[in-house]
Design a protein. Structure first.
Length: 267
């Protein structure tokens, strides 16, 4: 059975709750599985029950109406994180683009915080700025989940800028907002700075002597393995592949600090 529910924007959440109740009754009567076309998710009985609890809260938890797709996009090896389902609550879907592949998972709290903030009624200013505050969220489940993501040096407060985005193939119909970041620097630098300010960042340095036999052996093995990858990454690796290398950077006192770098191109 295919059911379509429509509502004016202010009534979207109430209509979503009604749709959930109707689908619950039909699934119970028929033993069926519920498929949310907006979220592109299939729900079993227990998952659908949990979603009902999330929708019953006031305000609802944004996770009840969203699904997040993270995938490699473009020839430069960057990743793209885009929501599905926010149209159910009369909101634009959200996207972060041009992110390192390894950063995909770390972007989830930012997207969840922006979605929950919008769902609770906040709107961006004229220049697109949206203020964020984890502690100020009214939905207790969403607030607790995001507070658990705030680590050392994170304040739980910050701001993003929302821009009208161009949809990509496979995106949900309807408006799409790109999450941009204030401050200066490249998009990636602004993204990292905003994420660190909101949720903190733990950096750990492990020291080793230059003549450490175990480290030298591991380095030699890595260099041999790296040489074999040049042909693959030189011509463009598969979108599902990513490569990181540890390289030295000169510090202010003339020493060297080794940091992990994600390879996007190889010349």
């Amino acid at each position: 059975a295919v059911l379509t529910f429509c509502a004016a924007g202010p009534d979207a959440v109430a209509q979503l709750r009604r749709a959930h109740r109707v689908a619950t009754a039909m699934a119970a009567k028929t033993g069926g599985v519920v498929w949310s076309d907006d979220q592109r998710l299939a729900f079993g009985v227990e998952a659908w029950r949990v979603r009902g609890t999330q929708l019953a809260a006031d305000p609802i938890a944004a996770v009840a109406a969203t699904n997040l797709h993270i995938y490699a996009a473009g020839d430069d090896g960057s990743s793209r994180a885009v929501t599905l389902g926010l149209g159910q609550v009369a909101l634009p879907n959200l996207v972060i683009e041009d992110a390192p592949v390894r950063a995909g998972v770390s972007l989830q709290p930012i997207i969840a915080l922006v979605a929950q903030t919008l769902l609770e009624g906040a709107r961006p200013s004229a220049d697109g700025t949206l203020m964020l505050d984890v502690a100020a969220l009214r939905n207790p489940t969403a607030r607790a989940a995001l507070q658990a993501d705030v680590r050392e040096h994170g304040t739980g407060k910050g701001a993003v800028r929302l821009r009208v985005a161009t949809p990509d193939d496979g995106d949900a119909p309807g408006p799409l907002w790109r999450i941009d970041f204030p401050s200066t620097g490249t998009y990636l630098e602004r993204m990292v700075a905003t994420s660190a300010g909101l949720f903190g960042r733990v950096d750990q340095m492990l020291n080793a002597s230059d003549d450490d036999a175990e480290l030298l052996a591991a380095s030699a093995r890595a260099k041999l393995a790296l040489a074999k990858l040049e042909a693959t990454f030189g011509k463009g690796a598969a979108k599902s592949d990513h490569l990181i290398v540890k390289a030295p950077f000169t510090t202010s006192d003339g020493g060297a600090e080794y940091m992990w770098i994600e390879v996007r191109s190889w010349q």
